[in-house]
Design a binder for this molecule. Structure first.
Ligand SMILES: [Zn+2]
Length: 109
């Protein structure tokens, strides 16, 4: 993937709106930069490797279509969840298919 210089500048100024501990949905970056889902995911993965972000996760419930309010720091944590916090329906075993990845800002101000 190659990013145009102006995309990088847009991204940097967009990210300045976030404080430490804020959660960023990578999909929101797409409209800002004109990126596809996969491109922004990849971009954030690269940025995570610099220590600016950490991955956090929410599960998506296929029964009630809700995303969990709870945000999980690891896939291990989310795999231990057995039922939806909203509708109490059992969550599917193959939870990796129903996970939304977000990024938590961890850089120092
Ligand atoms: Zn549910």
């Amino acid at each position: 993937m190659t990013l145009e210089q102006n995309q990088i500048q847009k991204l940097v100024s967009y990210l300045e709106n976030f404080d430490k501990g804020n959660i960023i949905n990578p999909s929101n970056i797409n409209s800002k930069l004109g990126l596809k889902d996969k491109e922004s995911q990849k971009l954030f993965s690269v940025l995570s490797s610099f220590g600016a972000f950490q991955h956090v996760y929410r599960y998506y419930c296929p029964n009630c279509n809700n995303l969990s309010y709870e945000i999980y720091n690891s896939l291990d944590e989310i795999n231990k969840v057995e039922e939806c916090e909203e509708c109490y329906h059992d969550l599917p075993q193959e939870k990796y298919k129903y996970i939304a990845i977000y990024f938590k800002v961890i850089r120092d101000e």
